[in-house]
Design a protein around this ligand. Structure first.
Ligand code: AMP
Ligand code: MG
Length: 263
């Protein structure tokens, strides 16, 4: 996932850490769009045929498509062709945009298959995989008897039970300021102002508005607290695209906390 993972646990021995890191590395192998041989990229090379996928990939893709539906496409993991150009400092044209669109992903829950209807589609789990990885790392630790744990996959953080004698893990919020106490919940922040490309004198964020194919030009930072990283991570990204007002209408009741800082 191209980032640092930090795991903190209260435990008599450190070996559960290794298992949690192993689980997260396994997810990286499946869900990364940087690795040519990841499960995700192998799926993207198969065009218009049902491909059997792992439970992890299916779960993350199903959650992504649910969010696309809820956000009317503001969240869209088929944005890959555009993000790949963005990484090269290029803007998409008509041909690139014709390969984007979440409605062209067909899931078959019973057979756990995925069919990508268009040639040249590219999935990008950059806005959801880190939150899911944090959740799954916690699950691995819990299975090994470690409940007091915190996993930070870059800015996507998931917490288990609180440290001894406390109400929760103290997590500082940037750029909102202040801190929260996190326990059996996850927090994600989107809108990393460091991640932008300057193209033709304009700064474009790595968060793309699928309606235009362009990176966001306004600096907005969204922090979301939810039960799971699988929700907090993508919702933070989605609200960055939708803006605060629509974000609150769609997610106000679903999340525990939604903080928007417009700079
Ligand atoms: P995050 O840091 O969680 O906000 O995720 C940002 C990353 O998600 C970007 O670097 C892209 O890989 C991907 N992405 C960008 N725009 C979108 C979008 N509208 N929907 C889903 N994923 C996106
Ligand atoms: Mg996100």
């Amino acid at each position: 996932m191209g980032t640092l993972v930090r795991i903190t646990i209260y435990s008599k021995d450190a070996s559960p850490l290794r298992a949690a890191f192993f689980r997260i590395a396994e997810l990286d192998e499946k869900l990364s769009d940087y690795k040519p041989e990841s499960e995700l990229n192998r799926l993207c090379r198969a065009h218009d045929q049902p491909v059997k996928v792992s439970e992890d990939l299916f779960r993350v893709l199903a959650a992504s498509l649910r969010l696309s539906e809820l956000t009317n496409g503001a969240f869209d993991v088929t944005i890959g062709p555009v993000t790949h150009l963005w990484r090269l400092g290029k803007l998409p044209g008509v041909e690139t945009m014709s390969r984007v669109g979440w409605r062209n992903v067909v899931l078959d829950k019973k057979h756990r298959t995925v069919r990508l209807k268009l040639a040249g589609m590219q999935l990008d789990f950059g806005a959801i995989a880190k939150g899911y990885a944090a959740d799954e790392g916690l699950k691995t630790l819990r299975r090994l008897g470690v409940r007091r744990a915190l996993i930070a996959v870059s800015g996507d953080i998931a917490a288990g039970d609180a440290p001894p004698g406390t109400q929760g893990w103290r997590v500082g919020l940037e750029p909102a300021g202040g801190e929260i106490l996190l326990r059996n919940a996850a927090v994600s922040t989107s809108g990393d102002t460091e991640q932008f490309r300057e193209i033709g004198g304009v700064r474009y964020s790595h968060i793309i508005d699928p309606q235009t194919g362009l990176g966001l030009k306004s600096a907005i930072a969204v922090t979301v607290v939810a039960r799971r990283g699988l929700d907090a991570d993508p919702i933070a990204t989605a609200v960055s695209v939708m803006g605060e007002e629509r974000g609150r209408v769609v997610f106000g009741r679903q999340v525990r906390k939604l903080i928007v800082v417009a700079e």
